[in-house]
Ligand binder design. Structure first.
Ligand code: ADP
Ligand code: ZN
Length: 526
């Protein structure tokens, strides 16, 4: 054992050029070098790669790494080769000759690390190949992809259980940055890792300041944030669609910010070029869909801004986790509004897959919404989601810094729900939130007149609140499950629990948006 420790430390220094291990690394590496199985839960940027790379170098044979990040394999392998590590990869993007070369190197025992795309496991030849070589260990990167419960399930990952059955004596190390207790349990059972040691790192990223604001004029809000706090900083702005990526990037450029777009609709060369500029140059703002960022290792990303709501807390944590890998203060900023909720609910309704699948998506979204609407510390909520307890509020999130107040929204909720009830009784199925708000505010729009909605009892009963407040009420009722969205038009309908509110048997507490701080006063001018 003493030997393996010194071997590992020597490899760390000589090959990778690092003086000391980071938290947790040494223990994991010793365990795997000694032939043990491990499940490693470590946040993005925590240093997971060394946890299998060093054991692969210390143990005889080749470390076989299964990774879904096919686009990054070339870079990973190039980086390792530059350090003198004998590495290769096998995936579907390769020419036959190139693949043959890697295969013979593996069989000749001339590879320290072999990266394998999961889809390669579908081919019998791959198993035959592995059978004929010497394997030091299996590393399953992004192991949450095996969990159907998770947010990033890849069917090919289910084939991994065969590896375990075929090579029960080869140590396996599964690694992930996103593991809720449920996902965690599923990884363990699917990969047959019951006897594996679990290494769970602290998921807290204390230098990241979490802020979630209500979306009003997203472009102006974003620009105000960048101008007030992040001039000339590198950052990532996430948008849901390709077209909004393009629009936001143009908008930022027009406002003097070095922004570049990134999404799957751009050709490979443009994407590679934008990624390279983001990594190399200072102060580039990447406006991207979530296609961007996996495996990107840039330490000084000072902010991650979301202009659309992530579909899950896992996604949110992973995306925001790309900020501040260097440990310096960084911002995770998210603007979300009613439209996000309606749109994502519609996407879920329309999504392929069975009811169980849609329920799962819906549970993920609900957890994300709960985080948005919480009046408690965001970090506490985030870590609790990952099964980690915190004793005290963090002092470095928006709810800690400017505590939101709550208000008794029971009467507002009753007004809104009875409007929904009226429309439902009329069997008018095509009214979304905007129309409801018009009715409550007593606005005689064309649509209101056309449907005689100015004659409803609820017409004009809600003038004590403005339009943004009413939209907030709708949003919070949706989040609290007192209202639901149905159909492609985003029609609002009552739920089983709505009646309790209408009958006055339930009070409804709502979150009041804190007054914007003086800083963002420039929003209007932008
Ligand atoms: P993860 O896979 O957990 O997201 P990586 O393995 O990519 O993280 O590591 C993140 C960064 O930290 C990389 O640049 C890596 O070289 C660096 N790193 C990892 N371990 C150490 C260490 N012991 N000392 C210094 N830098 C390290
Ligand atoms: Zn906090």
């Amino acid at each position: 054992m003493a030997d393996s420790v010194s071997d590992a430390a020597r490899v760390l220094r000589r090959v990778f050029g690092y003086e000391s291990f980071r938290d947790g690394q040494q223990e994991i590496i010793e365990h795997v070098v000694g032939g043990g199985d491990a499940l490693v839960l470590m946040p993005t940027g925590g240093g997971k790669s060394l946890c299998y790379q060093i054991p692969a170098l210390v143990r005889p044979g080749t470390g076989v790494v299964v990774s879904p990040l096919i686009a990054l394999m070339q870079d990973q392998v190039d980086a390792l080769r530059a350090l003198g590590v004998r590495a290769g990869f096998l995936n579907s993007t390769q020419e036959f000759d190139e693949r043959r070369e890697v295969e013979s190197a593996f069989l000749a025992g001339e590879l320290d690390l072999l990266y394998l795309a999961p889809e390669r496991l579908r081919v019998d030849a791959t198993v035959t190949l592995l059978d004929r070589g010497k394997i030091a260990l299996f590393a399953i990167d992004e192991a949450h992809c095996v969990a159907q419960w998770g947010h990033d399930f890849r069917p090919d990952y289910l084939l991994l259980s065969e590896l375990r059955e075929r090579w029960p004596d080869v140590p396996t190390v599964a690694l992930t940055a996103t593991a809720t207790p449920a996902t965690h349990a599923e990884i363990t059972s699917r990969l047959g890792l019951d006897d594996a040691r679990h290494f769970v790192a602290d998921f807290d990223r204390p230098n990241i300041q979490y802020r979630i604001v209500s979306k009003k004029e997203p472009k102006a809000q974003l620009l105000a944030l960048l101008r007030a706090e992040h001039t000339r900083d590198a950052g990532i702005v996430y948008c849901l669609s390709r077209s909004s990526v393009e629009k936001i990037a143009e908008f930022l450029v027009a406002n003097g910010i070095s922004a570049l777009p990134y999404h799957a609709g751009l050709d490979a060369r443009t994407r590679a070029e934008h990624q390279a500029r983001f990594l190399r140059e200072d102060g580039i703002v990447m406006v991207a869909t979530i296609a961007f960022g996996m495996g990107i290792d840039k330490p000084d990303v000072r902010f991650v801004a979301h202009l659309d709501l992530p579909k899950s807390v896992e996604g949110y944590y992973q995306e925001t986790g790309r900020a501040g890998r260097d440990g310096l203060p960084s911002t995770a900023w998210l603007a979300y509004g009613l439209q996000d909720v309606v749109q994502l609910r519609k996407l879920i309704d329309a999504s392929a897959g069975d009811l169980t699948h849609r329920r799962r998506l819906s549970t993920h979204l609900d957890a994300m919404l709960a985080l948005c609407e919480t009046v408690e510390c965001r970090r506490t909520g985030l870590l609790a989601y990952f099964g980690q307890q915190r004793i005290a509020p963090c002092g470095n999130c928006d709810t800690c810094l400017t505590p939101p107040r709550t208000w008794d929204g029971t009467i507002a909720a009753q007004k809104l729900l009875s409007a929904v009830l009226r429309l439902q009784r009329e069997r008018r199925q095509k009214f979304g939130a905007g129309h409801l708000v018009d009715i409550l505010l007593g606005r005689k729009t064309a649509k209101v007149i056309q449907h005689d909605h100015d004659t409803l009892k609820v017409f004009g009963v809600g003038t004590e609140l403005g339009e943004p407040e009413w939209r907030g009420v709708v949003r919070q009722l949706l989040v609290q499950g007192l209202l639901a969205v149905e159909g492609e038009h985003g029609t609002l309908v009552l739920t089983d629990t709505s009646a309790d509110v209408l009958r006055g048997q339930r009070t409804v507490l709502m979150r009041r948006e804190p007054e914007p701080a003086a800083k963002s006063a420039s929003t209007g001018a932008a």
